[in-house]
Design a binder for this molecule. Sequence first.
Ligand SMILES: [Fe+2]
Ligand SMILES: [Fe+2]
Length: 284
Amino acid sequence: MTFEIDRRAFIASLGGAAAVAGLSHEARADALEDYAIRKLDDDVAMAQGQNAPGGQPEKFPTAAEIEARIDGSMNRRGVGNLFTGTANRPIMRLEPMPKKPTLMDFFNLRFKQAGAYNHVLQSATRAMKTGMTEEVIFGCLLHDVVQSLIKVDHGWWGAQMFEPYVPEKTSFGVRYHQALRFYADEANGYEYPDLYRRTFGVDYKPEPYIEDTYKMIRKHKWYIEPRMVTVNDLYAFDPNAVVTMDPFVDIIGRHFKQPKEGLGFDNSPVAHMWRSIAFPDHPL
Ligand SMILES: [Fe+2]
Ligand SMILES: [Fe+2]
């Protein structure tokens, strides 16, 4: 399991930059290890749905506090995971793709590192167990993998990238899960997730285009497609869950129109998106 150290929070926990400057390298390393261990414990506790340590309910940041973190950051929050490293996981050379890559090649050689691989497998596994249609199961399997390329507006980017190759209901589910996830629907079993209080701020209000999209989709005859993607979206990553691609191989075979030239080389309007994931180190 990997996790990120929030540098500012770490320095603040030691009493600020001046206090850190007074520590020996050894003392700093010890403090960092201690901080990392506690952080891991907190993350596991959070993943298990417990309150923050000390029995206090978790205190979520405000949207303004989250915005303040932008200044001085090394990358924008919406950048694709394939294009940015962390202190614990620097960028490394990628395995080359085969000449005519398939969807499965992208899963194995790119999404596994940077495309929310475990998360989408867990979501699709849950969708299969709860008896969803194949279009919804497939939507769950694909719903977040475009985050390897770009995270901002990932519903729209993801749907566009898959649209030429998947059933219409599947790309519809991928596109609109992004807007629906901010709106609870108790009748269908969807609660607003704590992860969003943490990620967007406790007082976050979706932007007008998201609100408008929600209102439009709420009345759409296919509302249930993206709604079921959100219902099966699992917000607590379970490091112990055993999930594999095996149950989905047939669904991909039945519903994905694999281009014979390989993804990225079929001259489709979205081929460049696949190539950008295949070759993220091309400088221009
Ligand atoms: Fe998503
Ligand atoms: Fe998701």
